[in-house]
Design a protein around this ligand. Sequence first.
Ligand code: SF4
Ligand code: SF4
Length: 163
Amino acid sequence: MLPDLENLAAKAQSKKRDFKALAQRMKKLKPQKADEVFRQLHKEAFEHIDCLACANCCKGLGPRLTEADIARLASALKMKTAVFMDTYLRIDEDGDNVFQSMPCPFLPEDNYCVVYASRPRACRAYPHTDQKNIKSILSLCVRNTETCPAVYRIFENLPSQLP
Ligand code: SF4
Ligand code: SF4
């Protein structure tokens, strides 16, 4: 399914208050139950949303790269680590390594990440909605409704899963 990306941020912002209230209700669940609810909704969302038709995270967010990410990517591209860093990375305001510009330099027109097998850990984990201890990142999840249509769908469907 092709998500309505053009209007996603505006739609998510208009629902922010509702989504924050849902996050508060989530906090009342036991950790294991909260993880179960999100894992189920995550699975459902990605049965309907195709990342290759979206790539919104690769266009706008960009990952923080760890040392291991940098070493793996430099090796995959057959570049010296220092050259890879000079070519693609900058240090952001938090002191983290991030791509110099977005959309990601490894995102082609067809959205098939050209370094997929070696992509950063953060790219693999995004949008984090199937991770353990989901209650610890609910604020981040609410923010991600503005970027990721799957997270938006999860919050839209969340009321039916809450007591
Ligand atoms: S993870 Fe979310 S934002 Fe990223 S490509 Fe998939 S649906 Fe789009
Ligand atoms: S490395 Fe690949 S998955 Fe990560 S932001 Fe770039 S294109 Fe997307």
